[in-house]
Design a protein around this ligand. Structure first.
Ligand code: FE2
Length: 140
């Protein structure tokens, strides 16, 4: 086990991610997750699948307050091939909310998340049952 991974794994194990191991870089631009999480810059073994798996984050103003819409341009083909869930995290990687999809009912993987008064960096993940976990970020 290399030193960087050991330090990172230890931080995750204690549940205390305070800073990212590479100063000034975010998960979407850095390879710290290797092939665990794919991003636009690091699509790994599924590079040809990036367009249909990266979550698209769109801020939406609603009467109830700031909301973001997360969409994955992916099929919902029953339980054979579908998006399992969307999750959103704040800039410190705290889970804000998640949406589980039922591919028998939902025909598009689209979710809405109310942010209340949160502003700053936000991360969204999209999990495909065949092509793993994809991460995108936006500033709201
Ligand atoms: Fe997929």
């Amino acid at each position: 086990m290399n030193r960087r991974f050991f330090l990172y794994a230890g931080t995750v194990a204690t549940g205390a991610i305070v800073t990212f191991p590479s100063m000034g870089k975010t998960p979407t631009s850095h390879n710290v997750f290797g092939n665990l999480i794919f991003t636009a810059d690091r699509p790994g073994r599924f590079a040809h699948k990036a367009k249909s798996h990266l979550p698209i984050i769109t801020p939406v103003d609603t009467p109830q307050g700031q909301t973001i819409r997360v969409e994955t341009n992916h099929e919902m083909n029953g339980y054979q091939h579908y998006i399992v869930k969307h999750q959103i995290f704040d800039q410190d990687y705290n889970l804000i909310d998640e949406k589980l999809f039922n591919p028998k009912i939902e025909k598009k993987p689209v979710s809405l998340f109310k942010l209340d008064d949160y502003s700053g960096l936000i991360y969204a993940t999209s999990l495909c049952n065949k092509h793993d976990l994809w991460l995108a970020q936006a500033t709201v």
